[in-house]
Design a protein around this ligand. Structure first.
Ligand SMILES: Cc1cc2nc3c(=O)[nH]c(=O)nc-3n(C[C@H](O)[C@H](O)[C@H](O)COP(=O)(O)O)c2cc1C
Length: 241
């Protein structure tokens, strides 16, 4: 058995274990709020996601070579499996100990991922690999307004929103150092998601220009969840430059 096949099998088993165990984050930091929230939500608000795939798609080198910011999308919506795979790439659990696809200072995991589609606003719960509905309204127009009317935000079938709870990291690393760590982590998560999009035949663009408070209001985010990145994703409609 080839080494990469063995590695893919190990990763697949770890992902499955993590999903089955509903692992909590490692380390001594606070439990991510999202994980503990699962038990209290109504079942109809929860979208279970298919187990993420830890193999297949384009190779990493191919995804790196092909990634380009895509700002124009076909109308076609994304499947639940695609949404789940993209969330998993950004923040999925890949270890029985709760470690994730993206590194995190002190394994404190300050990031929370939201997905905005025509069907509503959904919060990704890494421990259980589920989407939990925060709103069932189409908030894309409000998000477009908050993002200085950038077309990709209005056109994309799904916009991933990387938010941060700064306090989780600040508790251990203090107010001066911790913002840097949180921002570095957002970069890790965003790049994972963008490369995963390419591997799925999709495209996206990382958007940093938006009004923070307007994004929070558009999505009804809790006050401690600060938006860092909007990442519209869909089937590319433009030729690569
Ligand atoms: C921190 C950051 C913020 C960005 N914000 C925006 C944005 O608000 N709108 C946009 O269209 N592109 C945005 N981009 C994408 C860049 O314009 C793009 O990465 C750059 O033109 C290089 O092209 P490439 O991504 O295709 O390699 C951002 C990129 C980064 C890293």
């Amino acid at each position: 058995m080839g080494r990469h096949v063995q590695m893919a099998l190990v990763l697949a088993c770890l992902a499955l274990l993590a999903v089955m165990a509903g692992c909590s984050a490692p380390g001594s930091g606070p439990e991510p709020a999202g994980d503990s929230a699962v038990a209290s939500v109504e079942p109809e608000m929860v979208t279970p996601l298919p187990a993420p795939s830890a193999s297949g798609g384009a190779s990493l080198a191919e995804a790196l070579a092909q990634r380009r910011s895509i700002r124009s999308f076909a109308q076609e919506s994304l499947t639940t499996a695609q949404l789940g795979q993209l969330c998993w790439a950004a923040q999925g659990v890949t270890s029985p100990h709760g470690y994730r696809t993206a590194p995190s200072a002190g394994a404190l995991y300050p990031l929370e991922i939201y997905v905005v589609t025509a069907a509503g606003v959904f919060h990704y719960e890494p421990g259980s690999h589920q989407l939990v509905a925060a709103s069932e309204a189409d908030r894309r127009q409000a998000l477009y307004e908050a993002a200085l009317r950038q077309d990709p935000v209005r056109e994309a079938p799904a916009i991933f929103v990387v938010t941060a709870v700064y306090g989780r990291t600040a508790e251990k690393y203090g107010p001066e150092r911790s913002p840097r760590y949180v921002h570095l982590e957002a970069g890790h998560a965003a790049q994972n998601l963008l490369l995963q999009a390419v591997a799925l035949g999709l495209g996206g663009v990382p958007i940093g220009a938006f009004q923070d408070q307007q994004v929070q209001e558009a999505l009804g985010l809790p006050a401690d969840r600060e938006p860092l990145y909007l990442i519209p994703v869909g089937y590319p409609q433009e030729a690569s430059p």
